[in-house]
Design a protein around this ligand. Structure first.
Ligand code: KIV
Ligand code: ZN
Length: 515
């Protein structure tokens, strides 16, 4: 038996049945183009009789797609089949996907038909479809819960009628891998004409086993897998395309199957489907989730930086992600921090690195993730070459709409003395600056104060930039902190230290940036 597995993508049909996922025709075309780049074998573009929009989508996709087979779904109703054939007219390789329920539950409650009536309806539908297109796929809805003898009889009859692909869906996501695999094996062994058709797995994910069930089907003789990008679909969704494809690729040593998927297009396709359907991908989703290639714990980061494969079984480039992410958080170690800083272009001495690491840990404690912009602000602060005459040890502010803004500051002075003072002002920053001025008594005029969030979110670092003037000289101070008041105090201290440095040296020197 050959080892090529055909990928039948039903994102635009079963996937679009996800609550709230409806796509317009233009969006379906955009996705179909991308599915073709991804290399899927079959694109199920819609259910043409269900709405004018679905008809148009199947028609347009048929016109545009040149390499993949384009498929339209129908009930086992002659009118549906005629409409689907009409929509598929422009396709290079058109396929009609028709079928009917086979479980007793579907026959009794939904179809209200006997087994024989349903089988005849299926046979008639396939014959009719085969007069219109060369490829006819027959789905036996709720196969996983159907009587196995009846299932095999229907399959034999519809293949005799001309079906070229037999879809054995686990419509309700009820099967386990062993059961579903065994069912496929029974069909392969018991249906005498099964060699005239390709057997297809179509699994739903109600018990989280759709991918495992699909792979079990392949191991037992199925050669087509029906799936959706990001696993979207009715209820808990369908088999996830990216998971089944990457499982077969990464574990080729074990399974030995091939698909025609250009795996480097996976991530892009996933993003497109998520953006257009509005269905977010859970962060821990295998292959395409935001965390699928992100390393958070210090031990893992250290391992991945030494050798990627210590904690990664997939090269992210194989799915179109440029590199794994080292997420800097409170759990990150010095190695991960140093690596990121060197990627950002910083060459730091050991003592600077140590101070930056201490600062980094403080920032990481107050917010979950530390971003590049946070690091840049910390490095700028810590690598400043200004001589520190006064160091800010502590700042505390009280402010509010009915209180007088008051600040207390504590500084370490040139002779190591600790000085504390307080002041009130028109606002908290004004109060801080006045309190600092009470300790460092040098004439200056604040000529510029600006504040900016350097990262996103409520816990972002605030970067404060100030300029002060003394006579004709202007001195800049810049600092970042998650507390605006602390950043303001530190920025002011930096500008004052620059001023004092200049005054003590008596001339402008290269050791500080004079603005
Ligand atoms: O889940 C299912 O049984 C289906 C069929 C219509 C193929 O989606
Ligand atoms: Zn389905």
């Amino acid at each position: 038996m050959n080892n090529r597995v055909y990928i039948f993508d039903t994102t635009l049909r079963d996937g679009e049945q996800s609550p709230g996922a409806s796509l317009n025709v233009a969006e379906k075309i955009e996705i179909a183009r991308q599915l073709e780049r991804l290399g899927v074998d079959v694109i199920e573009a819609g259910f043409p009789i269900s709405s004018p929009g679905d008809f148009q989508a199947v028609q347009e996709v048929s016109r545009i797609v040149r390499n993949a087979t384009v498929c339209g779904l129908t009930r086992a109703v002659l009118k549906d089949i005629d409409v689907a054939a009409e929509a598929l007219k422009g396709a290079v390789k058109p396929r009609i996907h028709t079928g009917l329920g086979v479980s007793d539950s579907h026959l009794q409650h939904k179809l209200k038909m006997s087994r024989e009536q349903a089988m005849q309806r299926g046979v008639d539908a396939v014959r009719h479809a085969r007069n219109l297109v060369a490829e006819v796929e027959y789905f036996l809805e709720d196969s996983a819960r159907a009587d196995i003898d009846y299932l095999c009889r229907v399959i034999e009859a519809v293949i005799d009628a001309g079906a070229t692909v037999i879809n054995i869906p686990d419509t309700t996501g009820y099967s386990t891998p062993d059961e579903y695999g065994a069912r496929i094996r029974t069909v392969m062994e018991r249906v005498p004409n099964i060699d005239k058709a390709v057997v297809s797995a179509h699994c739903h994910n109600d018990l989280g086993m759709a991918v495992a069930n699909s792979i079990a089907a392949v191991m037992n003789g199925a050669r087509q897998v029906e799936c959706t990008v990001n696993g979207i679909g009715e209820r808990a969704g369908n088999t996830s395309l990216e998971e089944v494809v990457m499982a077969l690729k990464v574990r080729h040593d074990f399974y030995g199957f091939e698909t025609g998927i250009v795996t480097q297009e996976i991530y892009k396709t996933s993003r497109m489907v998520s953006n257009l359907t509005g269905i977010l991908v859970q962060p821990n989703k295998a292959i395409v989730g935001a965390n699928a290639f992100a390393h958070s714990s210090g031990i893992h980061q250290d391992g991945v930086l030494k050798e990627r494969t210590t904690y990664e079984i997939i090269d992210p480039r194989d799915v179109g992600i440029s590199e794994s992410k080292i997420l800097l958080s409170a759990r990150s170690g010095r190695h991960a921090l140093a690596h990121r800083l060197s990627e950002l272009g910083y060459e730091l001495k050991d003592d600077q690195m140590e101070r930056i690491y201490e600062r980094f840990l403080k920032v990481a404690d107050s917010k979950k993730m530390v971003y590049d912009e946070d690091l840049q602000a910390i490095v700028a602060d810590e690598t400043s070459t200004v001589k520190i005459s006064y160091e800010l040890l502590h700042v505390q502010v009280s402010a509010g709409d009915h209180s007088l803004p008051t600040a207390t500051v504590q500084l370490r002075g040139p002779d190591e003395q600790i000085i504390t003072d307080a002041a009130h002002g028109t606002g908290p920053v004004d109060a801080i600056y006045k309190a600092i001025n009470r300790i460092i008594d040098v004439d200056n005029e604040l000529i510029e104060f600006s504040i900016q969030a350097v990262t996103e979110g409520i816990d972002a670092l605030a970067e404060v930039t100030i300029r002060i003037r003394q006579v004709n000289d202007i001195y800049t101070g810049r600092s970042a902190h998650s507390d605006i008041c602390v950043a303001s105090a530190k920025a002011y201290m930096q500008a004052l230290n620059r001023l004092l440095d200049r005054v003590t040296q008596g001339s402008r020197t290269k050791t500080f940036e004079q603005v």
